[in-house]
Ligand binder design. Structure first.
Ligand code: SAM
Length: 336
């Protein structure tokens, strides 16, 4: 069964948030003032078990999903995550299994365990090479060197490609663009710049804080000339650019200034089994209830297919002063 939504979009990708907890308090994502000591994270029995996640993943693959990305919160804070990787890697028809992490817990042993379990590639978030800037952003005092060691560990484990994601926020880390580009040029790793988005309601987002894709490419082009490259596949979220001197490529995720809703083939599953049809949605569809009330796989498949068929989301294309204050799920709940 390969359902299409109301805008003719097929279902291809699934992001699974395995926990709502994170060991970072990035000021633009999980600010300490909100996600502090008193914040109520999900209880253990509210979170889907690995068996429940795998059961749902099989159903999603039956419906056309080819690619699964594990995210969070921070996926590596979930104990024995490699066991889930192994369970998912065994699903017939799943072509691509990836993870997005802040890297702080990615030791060489963890990297090897993930690779051996069947993880193919990894995306590691890093917002600056300047310790002062990075620590002010992660707000828990993790230095840049720890994430650079994680990148080495991922490489040593054979995870390939390795992508490095940098959210660019005006007045905060935009001066790190050239440093980051210079550091990762020629390494084979793909640095991707992400426009700062108005996800959730806790980061105090303002359009003025967004450094646009065109500003980012202009900044890099002045130092190392770049040219656009055709996408690897239709619906690829990052716009690809390559250095003219052959030092590799970079990506830009311009979801604010050049939204790509028309090609969005993605669903997001939160750690407690809520299915979101858009990163900017306010409400999820409760799949955990179906799992725990004894529905069959066929019932769950039919339910998800009907959610997908009814999907109308195109938040970023309709972003305006009126949509920005709307209630939206937090990024830490459904992952990036
Ligand atoms: N903890 C993991 C990590 O740091 O990669 C996975 C979850 S995190 C929510 C996924 C990605 O979303 C990170 O690269 C993070 O920087 C990015 N992100 C969080 N809030 C964002 C925002 N408001 N705009 C753009 N990207 C954001």
């Amino acid at each position: 069964m390969n359902p299409v939504d109301t805008l003719g979009r097929p279902l291809r990708d699934l992001r699974i948030s395995v926990t709502d907890r994170c060991n970072f308090r990035c000021t633009y994502c999980m600010p300490k003032e909100i996600f502090g000591r008193d914040f109520e994270f999900l209880h253990r029995d509210e979170i889907l078990t690995f068996e429940e996640i795998t059961r749902l993943a099989r159903v999603f693959v039956d419906l056309g999903v080819e690619k699964i990305r594990l995210t969070g919160g921070e996926p590596l804070v979930r104990r024995d995550i490699e066991r889930l990787v192994e369970m998912l890697a065994g699903i017939d028809g799943l072509h691509d299994l990836a993870m997005t992490t802040n890297g702080s817990l990615l030791t060489p042993q963890k990297g090897r365990a993930l690779r051996e379990a069947g993880l193919k590639r990894i995306t590691i978030s890093l917002d600056s090479l300047d310790d002062q800037v990075f620590m002010a952003m992660n707000d828990v005092g993790v230095p840049v060197s720890r994430v650079l060691r994680a990148i080495d560990a991922a490489e040593a484990a054979g995870l390939d490609p390795i992508k490095i994601d940098m959210v660019v926020k005006r007045g905060v880390n935009q001066d790190s663009i050239i440093d980051m580009a210079g550091h990762f040029r020629g390494t084979g790793h793909i640095l991707r710049f992400i426009e700062y988005m108005d996800v959730g309601n806790t980061n105090g987002w303002r359009l003025d804080d967004v450094v646009s894709a065109s500003e980012i490419t202009r900044t890099i082009n002045e130092v190392w000339p770049i040219e656009p490259v055709a996408p690897n596949y239709s619906g690829e979220v990052a716009e690809r650019w390559r250095y003219l001197d052959g030092a590799g490529e970079i990506g830009i995720i311009a979801s604010v200034t050049q939204p790509f809703c028309g090609a969005c083939t993605r669903l997001r599953l939160s750690a407690d089994g809520q299915l979101h049809t858009c990163l900017f949605s306010a409400h999820g569809h409760d799949l955990r209830r179906y799992l725990r009330e004894g529905d069959s796989d066929d019932d769950i498949r039919a339910h998800i297919a009907s959610i997908w068929r009814a999907r109308t989301d195109r938040y970023s294309e309709g972003r305006s002063a009126n949509t920005i204050p709307l209630r939206k799920v937090e990024m830490s709940h459904i992952g990036g």
